[in-house]
Design a protein around this ligand. Sequence first.
Ligand code: PLP
Length: 386
Amino acid sequence: MKSEIYLDNSATTAVYPQVVELMSRIMLDDYGNPSSKHNKGVEAEHYVTQAKETLASILKCDKKEILFTSGGTESDNMALIGCAMANKRRGSHIITTMIEHPAVLETTVFLEKNGFEVTYLPVDSTGCVKLEALREALRPETILVSMMYANNEVSAVEPIAEAAQLVKAYNPEIIFHTDAVQAFGKYRIIPKKENIDLMSVSSHKLHGPKGVGFLYIKDKTKINPIIFGGGQQKGMRSGTENVPGIAGMALAAKLCYENFDEKIEKLYELKEYFVEKVLEIPGTTFNGKRGHEGTPHVISISFEDVRSEVLLHALEDKGIYVSSGSACSSNKPVLSGTLKAIGVKNNLLDSTIRFSLCTMNTREELDATIDALNELVPMLRRYTRH
Ligand code: PLP
């Protein structure tokens, strides 16, 4: 059997075996509806409450500040649309950045069509938002700022605490949202310490199941529901709770934060080891921030005169899985907005590969990938340059 090297962990991750075990037990035995009044329902509700407690203890928040959703996309939609609807009497101006995930950017387009005005902040060549630009964009009618915590395409982490402090100093009523889908599990985030009002998280990026996530909502934040029905989760998000998913996500989060510093340090070591070796190949450039200034897991590298999709499939033939741009949006044949925003040259936009690591990757896997790149890149260039 061909061995697999999975370096696409920003797209999704393998589920921890303990999580699979817990989820299958819930699906087979404890399958009740948490809204039912009988024992089976109470049992199911217990899993939901326990999951809230686990997540609240990681975020050092109250368990009523956790709202379960179907994942990062829904959390982002709820944060933006829910906030816009609840605060429209106060103003109609929203600020976000040019490098957000489509879950935010497509939602702001929807809001623009519905009468809101949106400012898109630029970033520098490493993917970092300039605080000066944020300061200049704030207006009396601004109701919401949405800035991602860590980028999904390049190794960039935003100055969230500084940005939120700046926003609150201008007007404490402006709501500060962060899409932490690529950051939760990689950083210790305490929303109250960083002045975050709303924070989106997705389970499948942290070795949990797909189709589940949560939105942290700071107590007393003005936000409306966007999904209506049976009134579950105190009417804030109707729909029967995904009990196995919720319990699985909470266990995955707990496991992610065990021996945390050690695991993250190992990731940084792997990242730097890999980047250094790949950059020895002529005609390569790293996008984002090196070392601890960037995220520990995302590695974006442009390979001059190589089409990313061709390289992606050539690596796949060797059992190595990577991504060209962002996998969540790469079914659309468009060039990456993030790479454009950080100023990657036009000829490299279509020549960029994202390798994304997890703590289960090994140095041996990276060595095998480096060997494959050393063989494939010069070979593919011979075709391109002909
Ligand atoms: N936000 C970011 C930064 C992401 O990377 C992703 C997925 O890659 C999402 C949102 C969407 O999350 P989900 O796949 O859970 O809907």
